[in-house]
Design a protein around this ligand. Structure first.
Ligand code: DAH
Length: 349
């Protein structure tokens, strides 16, 4: 080893650290100079052969060389890390003035609003909200509801049969009355509503749909009369259509109620003067209802001498169409998000 060798490594190092280096190249340099067989390490190994009088001087020179390498190395490393960081920050820079990306959000179907409103109202009056199968047996959809096979009342409900004439897509939600009473085992009072899908072989047009929603209601207890039905219906009508809404019953006929009624509300549009919505009558029919027929009570295990009850069936689409001024039932099934959003907004105003 001589001084020239140390000097030339010193020059070499200075030259290298003046060039552009990557982080991995930098790490390689450390190995190349200070590693186990690195250039500076090799020089240090030669110290043992240096004469005693030169040892001090060479030792100092080698120390200086090592220190210089370390200083240059650290400086370069810090500089490189800083510039990598600022490059990264630059890449991740957010321009907060850019318009955001709109995430598409859904909105509940308009029918949902009406159904939820009705559910909440009935729940506040102590009713349960129950469910029933959409694929139903003939006995629940018809027979136990006092509509035996071959009865002309069946014709009004053009039914979808599945496989044979005993299994069908329910044509009304009334079978859930039967199921609920059978569960009650003739012993407990019943207060339930059942919103659900129903099916009939109708051609779809502005006022007909082969699939539609009904909201069935049933109350069975002791000493229930038509007055209870009237009071309940009046409460629902006022909640849905405002406190000025008046109600009336008209005699009607259903196989499973006796007496049966059609329930009307006063026209919220013309307030009785006559308009196209109420077909100039001042009244709008919104449901069928009546006192549960003694045969139905008996069929379902409730003794008509002890128990009495009322039942009703609203068409959910009809209620929603009236409430929101919709004139085509298909609106509910076309799942047009724009439409749903307009009504969703109206609802939350
Ligand atoms: N199920 C009847 C229909 O689909 C509606 C109905 C009328 C239900 C009178 C009832 C009721 O519970 O009492 O036309």
């Amino acid at each position: 080893m001589n001084k020239q060798e140390i000097k030339s490594i010193k020059d070499e190092i200075e030259k290298i650290f003046n060039q552009e280096l990557s982080m991995s190249k930098l790490n390689d340099l450390k190995v190349e100079y200070l590693g186990k067989n690195g250039k500076i390490t090799e020089l240090s190994k030669m110290m043992k052969d240096v004469s005693a009088e030169d040892k001090k001087e060479y030792g100092l020179l080698l120390n200086e060389l090592r220190n210089e390498f370390n200083t240059l190395f650290e400086e370069y490393k810090n500089k490189l890390e800083e510039s990598l960081l600022s490059e990264k920050l630059q890449q991740e820079k957010i321009d907060i003035s850019l318009p955001g990306i709109q995430v598409p959000v859904g909105a509940p179907n308009i029918l949902e609003h009406v159904i939820e409103e009705i559910e909440e109202l009935f729940m506040s009056m102590g009713y349960d909200v129950v469910d029933g199968p959409e694929i139903e047996e003939d006995k629940y959809n018809f027979e136990l509801l006092n509509i035996p096979k071959g009865h002309p009342a069946r014709d009004a409900q053009d039914t979808f049969y599945i496989e044979d004439e005993n299994i069908l897509l329910r044509s009304q939600t009334s079978p859930v009355q039967v199921r609920t009473m059978l569960k009650g085992k003739g012993e407990v009072p019943i207060r339930m509503i059942c919103p659900g899908k129903t099916y009939r072989r109708d051609d779809d047009d502005a006022t007909h749909s082969h699939q539609f929603m009904q909201i069935e209601g049933l109350l069975v207890d002791k000493n229930i009369s038509l007055c209870d039905l009237k009071g309940t219906f009046d409460t629902v009508a006022k909640k849905l259509f405002g406190p000025d809404c008046e109600t009336r019953f008209r005699p009607s006929y259903y196989q499973f109620t006796e007496p049966s009624v059609e329930t009307d509300i006063s026209c919220f549009n013309c307030h009785g003067k006559g308009c196209s919505i109420c077909k100039n009558t001042g009244w709008i029919t919104v449901s069928g209802a009546g006192m549960v027929h003694p045969n139905v009570l008996r069929n379902c295990g409730y003794d008509p001498k002890v128990w009495s009850g009322f039942a009703f069936g609203f068409g959910a689409e009809r209620l929603a169409m009236l409430k929101y001024g919709i004139n085509d039932i298909r609106t509910f099934y076309m799942t047009d998000l724009r439409e749903a959003k307009v009504f969703d907004r109206k609802e939350s105003e």
